[in-house]
Design a protein around this ligand. Structure first.
Ligand SMILES: O=C1O[C@H](COP(=O)(O)O)[C@@H](O)[C@H](O)[C@H]1O
Length: 224
């Protein structure tokens, strides 16, 4: 295994241990706990490791920070990623809440998804955010016409279209993503480290939407 792969496995394992601890702590004083995870490529080692953790998974709800509006068996589906990595082994007992409906567009499905999310035990025990090289997190894209709405609305979810991505998306709003006891930012690679440094040195959220979460407080899990 290469050194970077090893470091990425290790940081994924550290985040998995922290997520398990957060869920276990909260489950000691509440009947159910909620975990919000991100999609994309970065979370794979984290989700695989988390699936092995000893948590009372039958009392855990899991949902996503955002989703591409594709069928759940599509290669780009974040739900598929969660089902194939996290919802295996011990964590198969968790209850997953998808951000997708059978509606043809996220605009048509958003109300159904919001109603689904309203049944979950907020605040989440942990929201795990990722970040793209353009500073987007969840589906809060700098070039999206819906960015201002997603940053300001009290609604749970927002349908998003952005020139930089091919598929329509649905994202938890900034307000909903803030509604957690703990936040983690999971990044790999020097390019993302540089974007984070840039985000920390300015304050225009529309330029780098990750800035909306830098004061959560946010625990950084980074590997080269
Ligand atoms: O599109 C997305 O991108 C970011 C980062 O993805 P990665 O592949 O670079 O890890 C992710 O956090 C977000 O949830 C996802 O939908």
């Amino acid at each position: 295994m290469k050194i970077t792969e090893n470091a990425r496995e290790q940081i994924g394992a550290q985040l998995a241990a922290a997520a398990a601890q957060a869920l276990t702590e909260d489950l000691a004083s509440q009947p159910r706990a909620l975990l919000v995870v991100s999609g994309g490529s970065t979370p794979l080692p984290f989700l695989r490791r988390l699936a092995e953790q000893p948590v009372a998974w039958s009392r855990v709800d899991v949902t996503l920070a955002d989703e591409r509006w594709v069928h759940e068996d599509h290669v780009d589906s974040n739900a598929r990623l969660v089902r194939e990595t996290l919802l295996t082994g011990r964590a198969a007992a968790a209850t997953f809440h998808s951000l997708i409906t059978s509606d043809p567009t996220p605009e048509q499905g958003a109300a159904t998804v919001a109603a689904r999310l309203a049944t979950l035990p907020w605040p989440a025990s942990l929201v795990v955010l990722g970040m793209g090289n353009d500073g987007h997190t969840a589906s809060l894209f700098p070039d999206s016409g819906e960015l201002s709405l997603a940053l300001s609305t009290d609604d749970s979810v927002v349908a998003v279209r952005a020139p930089s991505v091919s598929q329509p998306r649905i994202t938890l709003s900034a307000a909903r993503l803030h509604d957690a006891r703990r936040h983690a930012l999971h990044l790999v690679g020097d390019a993302k480290k540089a974007v984070l440094a840039q985000a920390l040195s300015g304050d225009d959220v529309r330029e780098l939407p990750i800035r909306a979460f830098l004061t959560c407080p946010l625990t950084l899990y980074w590997a080269p």
